[in-house]
Structures are given as C-alpha cells and as structure tokens.
Ligand binder design. Structure first.
Ligand code: 5AD
Ligand code: SF4
Length: 458
C-alpha cells in the first residue's frame, strides 16, 4: 500500500507568472504531496513571493513574521520562501527569519523535492540562476479546467530602469515551440478552452532557439489547434510589437480582441529615463495601427506615477496619452525604488504625497474611460466564458468577454466552463451586467473550423 501523501499549502503573491510557477511547484511535488487550502493542516507551507514594489515585499515579510506561531505549533512543518523576494534576498531571509527552513529562487523549481529532503536535516538556500529553459514537466489538468497559463519564456533582457525583474528572473530564454504546442494540444484534448501564454516580453519570443521563429509564427501554430477557442498572451512590450503581430488580429480566430500594452508614461523625457525604447508618438502609432486593423480591440496598460524627476507637465502628458489611447483598463502604480535598479539612485525622487495625489487623478480619469468603454457595449450580445459564481452572489455567474471585461449575469450553474451568449444590459465602473441569451445561440452557428468546445444550447 502506498503511503498517504503529505499536505502542501502554497500562498502566491504577484503576477500570473507567479501563479504559473506555483502551479509548477505543486506539480513537481505531486509524488509526495497533495495541495490543501487549509494552512493549519499543512506539512509544507510555501510562499511564492513578488518583489516588483516595496509594498509587495512588505506583505511577504509580514506574512512570514505571522507564521512564527504556526511553526511553533507544528514544528514538523517545513516552511519555504520562493520566488522573486527569495531570489533577491537569498541567505539574508534565513538570517532574518529563524523559523524559515528553505529559500529557493525563481528558477530550478524542478530541484524542489531534493531541496526539501535536505531541508529536513539542515536549512537550505538555492537561488542559482540558470541558462536556458528548464526541462518540461508533464502537466496534469483538472478535469473541469477550462483556462490555463502556459509559460513560453522566462527572464528579461530589457532592464527598464525602474524594474527589478531582470535581476530576480535572470536573462531571457524562450521555450521550444514544439513543447508549447504539445502542452496546448494536451490541454485542449482534456477539454480546455482558453490559453494565456506568459513571458515578460512575449514579442521577443523565439530569439536564441535552435530553430528560431517569431512570436506571431508561434501564435499561428497554436491558432491551428482544433478546439482552442481563446488565445491570449501577456506581457507585450510596445517596442517589439510588430506589424506581423498586429496583422493577426481579426485573422487568427482564437486570438482574443484584447491587448495589454504597458506604456508606463506619456512623457518622452521619462520614457527615455525609464529605458523603454519607444517614445509617445511611436506608442500611439502602434495603438492607431491596432485600431485600424480591428476597431473593436480593447487595450489595457500599466502606468507608473512619480518616477524620479516627474514634473506636473510630464504627468499631464501621461493623462493626455491615456485619453488619446482610450484604454479600457489601466493598472496604475506609484513608483517604488527597487534594489539594484538604476532609477533607485536617480536624483529628484518624488514625494509620497505628490505620488498619491497623481495616482488619485490618474485613477479618476481611468474610471471615466473604463465606464465609457463599458457603456459602448450595452445592447450587444457577446460570447462569455463562464468562470464561476460571481463574488457578490452564489446565484449569479461571472465570466469574461473575449475583450476581457468581466460580465455578471443570472444563469444555471451548469453554464460554468461554457462559452455562452450574453446580452450586455448595464455598464458599471468595474464590470458589466448581462442577460444570458438562452436560445438561439449566435455562437453555435459559427463555422466549426475551430471546433465547438462545450458550447451550450447548440
Ligand atoms: N515601481 C512601481 N511600479 C513598477 N512596475 C514595475 N516596477 C515598478 C516599480 N519599481 C510596474 C510596471 C510594470 C508592472 C508589472 O509593474 O508598470 O509594467
Ligand atoms: Fe521589467 Fe521592463 Fe522587463 Fe517588463 S520589460 S519585466 S518592465 S525590465
């Protein structure tokens, strides 16, 4: 008889890349562990950390501190910190937290089982940065999984002056295309509907591969997989967004009509200081080319306020760019100095008060733009991938449009995991309200070239 498995609890902070990494951690540990969502019964407690801003790092430190009590109650429990803060801090974390057993970085997740074995005898640190893409781990899909994240690259070579990622995730490497295609095929064969490809800068995918290919070429290969209904990706760097990629919108059926294109600032002076590799006009030209190709495309972005030296005039440039680009969504951040980065030692750091005031103005403008974009959708019938019960009510369902907006509507729980037609009835600042159009479904009459995964009422 096989031994009962131990329990692992994984707390994930940060971006989708971390979510994908946590999934990989669970996968490499399957021989000995099952996942639990109850930390108090864990034999192994892992924290996957984010270092992008100081606040993210502080959340990790505060959780780590609060786990002293749990470790005292359960001394046999192993406690490990992985991810970006672990990579950045290494040994220093062990010194700061005597109750910590293991520190492991952003790479070498496949070494986790071995590290854990050693950690039972002696505290361990493994923050080596490797070259190349790590060996593929076979993935097992949950039978109800309709969406998944697929990592296609790791690391970053861009060194934007504010960003810690190149230091904590190392140099950029692409994963072999045939591995990516096989993983997506596998997922779709198991009933999957939507795939999001992940990399820090997907537009530079393919450099350095044995058989180099471009990111749009990879998308074409994936777009040919029968049954894949939705294909997304993140993150796309504006400087490397090519005409070849823009031409795929509206042409490659599964490619969703949404693009996340972080601009960071609307001021040429700051874009240069940030080492972004494009100026305001070049960015807006790409936005225009995308809209010319596909007028209904929805665009989202990331913006930093209070970068060192940012004046009111620079900030006004950001506000006006936001209006010109008419983003459907923007993730806005106060600049946070990060270790090792160039911007951290620049003069003219902006005060916290000014950052907070500019952030509030930015968010207020973005709220207006988002609401206006939502109002334009009212009255339309759109395809929704139903993700589950809505946050507000178990009776209400929630899902996303291909253009990525959240829609809440009433419908039976059997719709979860399905692509269903929904009429948009109300626009709210952060979501849409809709009405499930039970019969007939306009999406069921579409050509079957890309399969018809679990569409209801056909
Ligand atoms: N301070 C504030 N925001 C940052 N980002 C990256 N580094 C920093 C920093 N030091 C933001 C950028 C990036 C997003 C993931 O996080 O906008 O696109
Ligand atoms: Fe950071 Fe710039 Fe790389 Fe994005 S492209 S991960 S912002 S260094």
């Amino acid at each position: 008889m096989s031994r009962p498995k131990k329990k692992v609890y994984i707390k994930t902070f940060g971006c989708q890349m971390n979510v994908a990494d946590s999934e990989q951690m669970a996968q490499v540990l399957t021989q000995d562990y099952v996942l639990t969502d109850r930390p108090e019964e864990a034999d192994l407690y892992l924290i996957n950390t984010c270092a992008i801003r100081k606040k993210s790092e502080e959340k990790v430190r505060s959780l780590l501190g609060s786990l002293k009590a749990l470790k005292q109650q359960r001394p046999q429990m192993l406690l490990g910190v992985g991810g970006c803060v672990a990579q950045q801090e290494g040994e220093r974390l062990l010194a700061a937290a005597p109750h910590l057993d293991l520190v492991f970085g952003t790479q070498g997740l496949h070494r986790l089982p071995e590290l854990l074995r050693r950690a039972t005898a002696k505290r361990q640190v493994d923050v080596a940065l490797e070259e190349g893409f790590p060996p593929a781990q076979p993935r097992r899909w949950h039978p109800a999984a309709t969406q998944t994240l697929v990592t296609i690259m790791r690391g970053c070579n861009n060194f934007c002056s504010f960003c810690v990622v190149p230091y904590v995730r190392g140099r950029e490497y692409s994963r072999e295309a045939q591995e990516i295609v096989a993983e997506v095929q596998d997922f779709v064969a198991a009933g999957g509907i939507e795939v999001t490809l992940l990399g820090q800068n997907v537009n530079s995918y393919g450099r350095g591969l044995a058989e180099p290919l471009t990111f749009p070429q990879l998308l074409r290969k994936l777009g040919d997989i029968p049954g894949l209904a939705r294909l997304r990706f993140a993150t796309s760097h504006p400087k490397d967004l090519s005409g070849e990629l823009i031409a795929l919108y509206g042409d490659l059926a599964p490619l969703c009509e949404h693009l996340h294109l972080p601009v960071q600032s609307g001021s040429d002076r700051l874009l240069a200081a940030m080492n972004r590799g494009y100026n305001r006009e070049q960015y807006l030209q790409k936005v225009e080319a995308l809209r010319r190709r596909l007028p209904g495309i929805s665009l989202s972005t990331d913006i930093i306020v209070g970068f060192p030296g940012e004046t009111e005039a620079d900030f006004q440039e950001t506000l006006s760019l936001m209006q010109e680009a008419a983003f459907q969504q923007a993730f806005c951040f106060k600049y946070s100095p990060r270790p090792q980065t160039r911007a951290a030692s620049l003069p003219d750091q902006v005060t916290e008060g000014v950052k907070a005031e500019r952030l509030a103005r930015l968010l207020s403008l973005q709220d207006q733009l988002t609401l206006a974009a939502h109002q334009r959708l009212v009255g339309e019938v759109r395809e929704v991938l139903v993700e589950g019960a809505s946050k507000r009510s178990a009776q209400e369902l929630t899902g996303r449009l291909r253009t990525s907006q959240v829609v809440n509507f009433s419908g039976p729980p059997e719709l979860v995991g399905q692509l269903v037609p929904v009429e948009i009835t109300e626009a709210h600042p952060h979501s849409l309200k809709g009405r499930w159009v039970a019969e007939p479904s306009p999406f069921c009459r579409r050509p079957e070239a890309h399969g018809s995964p679990r569409r209801l009422s056909c």
